[in-house]
Write a new protein. Structure first.
Length: 65
């Protein structure tokens, strides 16, 4: 038997790197798409309604700083 603990840890790190921004650590669009798909499937499975509201944050006037 082989110990795959180290390989699994590397796999986990690579996955985290693929779904987060390296500078901020915020989730990226790839993560958003995956979660959106999961939530749509869950809503269909449960017979619930589903909606998404999106707004670009770069157009909000940040005048209070």
């Amino acid at each position: 038997m082989d110990d795959i603990t180290e390989k699994k840890e590397i796999e986990k790190q690579l996955y985290e790197m693929s779904i987060t921004d390296p500078l901020t650590g915020a989730y990226n669009f790839r993560y958003f798409n995956r979660r959106l798909e999961d939530e749509i499937l869950r809503a269909r499975r449960c017979g619930e309604r589903f909606s998404v509201i999106m707004t670009p944050l770069d157009i909000i006037p940040w005048t209070w700083y």
